[in-house]
Design a protein around this ligand. Structure first.
Ligand code: CA
Length: 222
């Protein structure tokens, strides 16, 4: 059965949702804390996360953006007030859906089922470009039969390029996708990581077959 992570600081609501979803047959893990939610998401790899927007510490929207960068899990936000909905939609949090409190349990269950139905199947998480193969869920990369080990950022960079295979992606776009919109470092960070990536995925990094530079524009995977 699908695994659901709930991050909700109202303990009563957390317990209620946990019991309800367990009765529905889901494996449920829960926490009242955003930081712990992030740790649980990374360690447990849930299929779906239910995140309360207003959390002390790491808030639901920030957590949502981090999770979206790192995985394909479905994300449903719980918002408390009408005013929050504008923020939820406006900030492009990467959530799949949102539910406004107070909500009924059947409504939430229906949203969960719908979000899980939209999840890509596992086979669709394996992307290929020539003899380069990237498993987005297992986070493994192969060149032919050889597995290559990438750092977290190198993998994220490669994943963004593979998801947009054939398209030229600008440094600005890659920075926003891999390092986040609040990154205030140097654009050359991208170039450095591209160089490291080439050393790992190209047979001859000076004559790249997969990872192309498009002068004055950006990078592309073919
Ligand atoms: Ca809350």
């Amino acid at each position: 059965m699908p695994k659901v992570l709930i991050v909700e600081d109202e303990k009563v609501l957390l317990d209620l949702l946990t019991r309800h979803l367990q009765n529905e047959g889901y494996t449920v893990i829960g926490t009242t804390n955003g930081e712990e939610g992030l740790e649980l998401a990374r360690n447990e790899q849930p299929d779906l996360c239910i995140l309360d927007v207003m959390l002390p510490g790491l808030d639901g929207l920030s957590l949502c953006r981090i999770l979206r960068r790192e995985s394909n899990m479905a994300i449903i936000l719980l918002t408390a007030r009408a005013g929050e909905i504008d923020r939820v939609i406006g900030l492009d949090s990467g959530a799949d859906d949102y539910v406004v409190k107070p909500f009924s349990l059947p409504e939430l269950t229906a949203r969960i089922r719908a979000a899980l139905r939209r999840l890509p199947r596992r086979s669709e998480n394996i992307l290929r470009a020539g003899d380069l193969q990237v498993d987005l869920l297992a986070r493994r990369v192969f060149v032919g039969d050889r597995e290559v080990r990438l750092s977290h950022k190198e993998f994220e960079l490669l994943a963004v390029l593979m998801r947009n295979k054939g398209a030229v992606l600008s440094r600005e776009f890659l920075i926003s996708q891999v390092w986040g919109y609040d990154f205030d470092g140097d654009m050359r960070t991208v170039d450095v990581h591209i160089r490291w990536l080439r050393e790992k995925i190209e047979r001859d990094p000076s004559k790249p077959v997969h990872l192309q530079t498009v002068r004055g524009v950006g990078y592309r995977i073919d």
